[in-house]
Each structure stands twice: as C-alpha cells, then as structure tokens.
Write a protein that binds this ligand. Structure first.
Ligand code: XLS
Ligand code: CA
Ligand code: CA
Length: 436
C-alpha cells in the first residue's frame, strides 16, 4: 500500500439520503435493473491519463498537481503510479481501466526502449489484474504527444512516421491482448490537418484506410477478440480531424470495407464539439450498427474547448442512457471516465470525489432511463408516429421494384391527401421530466 490515498476507505453505496460525501448515493453495483446489475450495465472504467499522468496544465500555465510519481527515476515513478492507480480502482470498486502506452511508462531513447518500458509495467498490470479482478476496458497508443507526430500519425507525409506508427500500434495491441483488453481504441488527434495549403487530403485518407485495415488484419492474426474502436472528434489538437463524427467515421469504414470490423468509441465532449448531442452520436452508431463504447465526461457549452469535465447533468445523461438501453447496451464497451479534475482540485480526495460524482450521475441516468423504458410512453408515441408504414400498401413503396411512376399513379387514383399531425415535442419533454 502507498500512502497517497491515506485515510480514504473503499466507497460504499449508502443511498440517496446519505450525506457522506464519499459514498455512492445512486450507484449500487449489485442492484438489478431490467434484469442486469448496474455494474454490468455501466461497466465503468478509470482513465489512466487524466487521473495519473496529467499534471494540471492549461495553455497558459503548467503543472498544478503535486504527485509523488512526477519525480525521481522514471521507471520507479511509473511503478509507484501503477500502485496508486490500482489502489484507486479498488477504492472506487471500478471494474475497468484504460490507458495509453505513454501514460503508463516513460518514453525511451529508441522505440525498443519505450516498448520495453511499456512491457515491464504491463507485467505489473498483469499481476494486479489477477490479484484485484480489475479488468482492462481498452488500451491505445499515444501517437500525438511526441513532436514526430506533429504532421500526423498514419496520415503523415513522411512514410517513416507511418512505419513507426505501425510498430508502436503493433506493440500496444500485443500488450492490450496480453492484458485481455475488451477493446483496442484508435483516436486520431493528429490525423487531420492544420492547413489544407500543405496537405494532400486524398492521399492521407488512403494512408489512414490502409493503416486501419492492417490493424484489423493484425487483430485477427493474434486472435484478439476485443473490438477495434475508432474515437471520433472534429478538432483539437488538429484544426480539422478526419474522424469528425460517427457518421463521417461510418462513411470512411464503408469505403475501406471495414464497417463490420470496426466500431466507435463515442465521447460526450467530442459530440458537443462536433455540434451534436451525445444521444445523437449514440443513436447514429446504433442505426449504423457500429455502437462500441463511450467516453464519459461533459463539455463546457461556452468555451469551445475540449474540457473533459466529470459528468454532472442528470437529465442529459438520462436521455443518452435511454438510447444506450434502447440499442441493447454495451457488449465489449463500457463507460470510460475520460474526465479530469479542474486544475485547482489539488487533493487526492478530489480524484475520488470526481469519479463518485460521475458514477452517481450516470447511475441516476440509468435508473431514470429504465423507468422510461418500462413505462413505454415515449416508445409508444414514436411507434405510433410511424404506424402508417406497417400497412402493406405503404411497405410496398420501400420494397425492391417500387418506382416513382407506380407511386405517383397511386396518389392520383386513391386521391391521397396527407394531413399534418402534431410532433408533440413539448408533451414528450414534459413526459421525460416525470422520470428525471
Ligand atoms: C482526446 C481523446 C483521447 C482518447 C484516447 O481528446 O479523448 O483521450 O480518448 O486517445
Ligand atoms: Ca476520449
Ligand atoms: Ca476529450
């Protein structure tokens, strides 16, 4: 045991009336909702980077957090960080965690040295996973921090950077596979451009397609059973990112024949940055059959930056949760807290409090969404709205062989005269408010 979280006990469920600031008031892991425990519905994960690697910087100032693993011999520090991380997973009773290769171990002078460092920490993880039962939701390669990636990772104009990425991703996939990761994620923060003036976009998209195809081939070659997930984001750090949103990613996957092989990891804040709601992105993925996993956070609605705050909006979360349940929920995915403290939240206990808050807000969302589904009013309304399509003569319009002339003839012969009906938005909004 380290003394980083000294005096903080395992967080327990104490119910909505509890005033214990370090207790769950809604997240009751073993409570069954719609035939499944909350734990199995939500599959919470702690993100290594924000909680343990991020020093509290912003564009105008550096480190605000004092963490013992920010000093000393880098490998010793990485081991201490791993100890503290697993202590936090158990304090929170978090079933999963996620990491970038560069979060867990220091970068070496060569790729071999970096890989060896990652492997050495992975040995420790392997033991701790065995001992604690905490599992890996996903691993991913950081191909955006080092200056070698400034002009892109797989989309770099320099083929040697492409080769480097292949080598780095191969190793990170090997490690994720060894740690029995449930998924492998690719987020392309540098896969885009700063200015079109120096960019051959068509070539870069082809490079990215080839790269992703090789990732999928390698997954099958090593027998990795987890899902490969692309994480959409419209911008930041690049001015424009190619994986802009879920629909854009789907088009890209289709073009390279990968739409059955790759799914999406949707982040709340990235949805907002793309001009969408979280539920829009979730439902798009459901409709296209590529729903994979979620990065849970919230984005400041005014700043226009990727603020990665802990979730705290129950009504919004409840609506997103409704679409998650409606789509069948997670299979390999889960709710990963891609959420970070504000830089003035200096204390170790702030890390615990942030996660408790996020887990409770999402649990409340789940409870509300399940009640909405059980009530059925919303679904019934939507079903009713489209009920005309159940009639055989209307289904025929969508069947193979239907054509404009036949439909036009029907309009005239039957004297069709469609009458507008209310969309009832306010009534639906009021209905939702009964549950949140
Ligand atoms: C950054 C992304 C990143 C991915 C993993 O905005 O959210 O953290 O989730 O590389
Ligand atoms: Ca993310
Ligand atoms: Ca983010």
């Amino acid at each position: 045991m380290t003394d980083f979280f000294a005096g903080i006990d395992r967080v327990e469920y104490k119910g909505p009336d509890s005033d214990d600031p370090l207790a769950f008031r809604f997240y009751d892991a073993k409570r069954e909702i719609m035939g499944k425990t909350m734990e199995d519905h939500l599959r919470f994960a702690v993100a290594y980077w924000h909680s343990f690697a991020w020093p509290g910087g912003d564009p105008f100032g550096g480190q605000t957090f004092e963490r013992p693993w920010f000093h000393g011999d880098p490998m010793e520090a990485a081991k201490l960080k791993a100890d503290v991380a697993f202590e936090m997973f158990s304090i929170l009773n978090a079933p999963f965690f996620t990491f970038h290769d560069r979060d867990i171990a220091p970068e070496g002078d060569t790729l071999q040295e970096s890989n060896d460092n990652v492997s050495a920490i992975a040995d420790i993880f392997e033991r701790k996973i065995e001992e604690t039962g905490t599992r890996l939701l996903w691993g991913t390669a950081n191909m955006f921090t080092n200056r070698r990636f400034m002009a892109g990772a797989s989309t770099n104009p320099d083929p040697e950077v492409f080769a480097w990425c292949a080598a780095q991703v191969k190793h990170c996939m090997d490690v994720t596979h060894r740690l029995k990761g449930a998924n492998y994620v690719l987020w392309g923060g540098r896969e885009g451009y700063e200015t079109l003036l120096n960019t051959d976009m068509g070539r870069e998209l082809d490079q990215m397609g080839r790269f992703l195809s090789m990732v999928v081939d390698y997954k099958h070659k090593i027998g990795f059973e987890g899902a490969i997930l692309i994480e959409p984001k419209p911008q930041e750090p690049s001015k424009h990112q190619y994986d802009y949103d879920v629909a854009t990613v789907f088009g890209f996957l289709q073009r390279f024949g990968l739409e059955k092989e790759v799914k999406v990891n949707i982040e709340t804040g990235h949805s907002v940055l793309a001009g969408h709601t979280f539920e829009h992105e979730i439902e798009t993925a459901n409709a296209l059959g590529i729903f994979g996993s979620l990065d849970a956070n919230r984005n400041d609605y005014q700043s226009g930056w990727d603020t990665d705050q802990f979730p705290n909006n129950v009504p919004e979360t409840a609506v997103a949760m409704y679409y998650i349940l409606k789509g069948g929920g997670f299979t390999t995915g889960g709710f990963n807290f891609d959420s970070k403290l504000r830089r003035q939240s200096l204390d170790p206990v702030d890390l615990i409090a942030g996660h408790i808050g996020g887990m409770d807000v999402i649990a409340r969302g789940l409870i509300a969404a399940a009640a909405m589904i059980e009530d059925g009013g919303w679904a019934d309304f939507v079903k009713q709205r489209y009920a005309g399509w159940d009639k055989p003569e209307n289904q025929a319009m969508l069947a193979d062989g239907a054509d404009l002339e036949t439909i036009a003839a029907r309009v005239h012969s039957e004297g069709l005269d469609p009458q507008p009906v209310s969309g009832q938005q306010e009534r639906l909004e009021n209905w939702i408010n009964r549950f949140v």
